[in-house]
Every structure is written in structure tokens, then in C-alpha cells.
Ligand binder design. Structure first.
Ligand SMILES: Nc1ncnc2c1ncn2[C@@H]1O[C@H](COP(=O)(O)OP(=O)(O)O)[C@@H](O)[C@H]1O
Ligand SMILES: [Mg+2]
Length: 199
């Protein structure tokens, strides 16, 4: 695995799952024996709070000299864009597949340079298998395939009992806990694909 690989987690809106995806991906990497560094560039600091809580439980999440650095950004513009997104090897963009959220994220994707579009991987989050969500995801897939750069990854279901507690911190790695089959499957699918993107 390449060292100093930079993954930016971004998206225009708050509450779409940036911190959740950051924490989940960090847990996945740690579970698979990678050294991870996390930079929380979002002023609300949910990811840093999670790291601090895990430290209170005696668990180190973020280290220097990591294989992969994950940056949880505040959004797609301003200093995050300049400092992190433009330099990222991979740009993960979680989103809720609703019309309003999609418009913002598609607008951003269409406005950036081709070299940046190429590194974008959208992650549909909080899926509840509605027709509206399926339509939204299909529209995004069409746009991405028309541009011919970037991709739409498999999604994460809306699981209130599973994902929100993650950010409370724990003494155990998320993937070392007993997960239901659906959670196991969707996280495996997603992070196995992401792993192929960074090799
Ligand atoms: N797949 C999911 N299922 C259920 N709740 C989720 C899911 N993803 C995120 N959440 C919850 O939604 C809220 C916003 O997520 P968060 O990761 O903090 O978003 P952001 O970092 O983009 O603001 C949090 O309370 C989080 O626990
Ligand atoms: Mg956040």
C-alpha cells in the first residue's frame, strides 16, 4: 500500500455522513492493520471528539507516519478545497440521495476540474430504499458516466441503531463488534471497493 495516501471526505452539506464515513473508514483500516492519521478540518469537530473519546477508552485512532491520512473537511469550498481536496488522492463524497442535496453536490462536481472529478467517489448514505432515492442515485450515475470521470460507490443504509453510536467512541473497533448481516455486507462492499481504488 502506498504511504501518505490522502483521502478527503467532503460534501457541501452538514449532516450527510462525512464524520460517520471518516470514522467508519478509519475503523476499517485499523481493523485491517493499517496505520491511520485523521485530520478533522471541520470546525464542529465531531470526528476529533470521537478520536478523543476512543482515547479515553484507551484506544488510539490517529497516528503520525500513517499509511493513509483521512481528512474530514467542512465542505467543498474555501480553505478545505485549497488545502485538502485539491491535494487528495481520493475524494469521498457522502450524500443523502434527495433532490436538494443532489443538486448541490452535482453542481459542485460539474464545476471542478477534470483532474479533480477523476478522484471523486460518491457514497449514497442513509438509504431506505425509496423510489425517490433510487431515482436520485440513478441520475447521479448518469451524470458521472456522461462526464466519464469519478464514480458512484455502493451505499450505506439508514441504520439508527448501528451508525450513530459509532461517533460516541468505544473501547472496541467497530468491525470487531457483533454486526448484523446487512451492516457487514454493505461496509465490506464499500470499503473493499475503496481499497481497490487506493492501490
Ligand atoms: N447511515 C446512517 N444511518 C443512520 N444515521 C446516520 C447514518 N449516517 C450518519 N448518520 C447520523 O446522521 C448524523 C449526521 O452524520 P455526520 O456523520 O455527523 O454528518 P456530517 O459529518 O456530514 O455532518 C449523525 O447523527 C450520524 O450519527
Ligand atoms: Mg461532521
Amino acid at each position: 500500500m502506498t504511504s501518505n495516501y490522502l483521502v478527503a471526505v467532503t460534501g457541501d452539506k452538514g449532516g450527510v455522513g462525512k464524520s460517520t464515513v471518516t470514522a467508519l473508514y478509519a475503523e476499517w483500516l485499523l481493523y485491517h492493520k493499517n496505520i491511520v492519521q485523521i485530520i478533522d478540518a471541520d470546525p464542529n469537530q465531531s470526528t476529533q471528539t470521537w478520536i478523543d473519546k476512543c482515547a479515553e477508552f484507551g484506544r488510539t485512532i490517529s497516528q503520525k507516519d500513517a499509511h493513509i491520512t483521512i481528512v474530514d473537511t467542512a465542505g467543498t469550498s474555501g480553505s478545505s478545497l485549497i488545502k485538502y481536496i485539491r491535494n487528495a488522492d481520493l475524494i469521498l463524497v457522502p450524500f443523502k440521495p434527495h433532490i436538494a442535496d443532489l443538486e448541490v453536490i452535482v453542481g459542485w462536481y460539474l464545476s471542478v476540474k477534470e483532474s479533480l472529478q477523476e478522484r471523486v467517489a460518491f457514497i449514497p448514505n442513509m438509504l431506505s430504499n425509496t423510489k425517490e432515492q433510487r431515482t436520485g442515485i440513478n441520475e447521479l450515475k448518469t451524470t458521472v458516466s456522461e462526464e466519464g470521470r469519478g464514480q458512484v460507490l455502493t451505499g450505506i443504509g439508514e441504520r439508527k441503531a448501528v451508525y450513530p453510536p459509532l461517533l460516541n467512541g468505544s473501547d472496541k473497533n467497530f468491525f470487531a463488534t457483533k454486526l448484523n448481516e446487512a451492516t457487514k455486507l454493505e461496509t465490506q462492499k464499500l470499503f473493499n471497493t475503496i481499497t481497490t481504488l487506493i492501490k
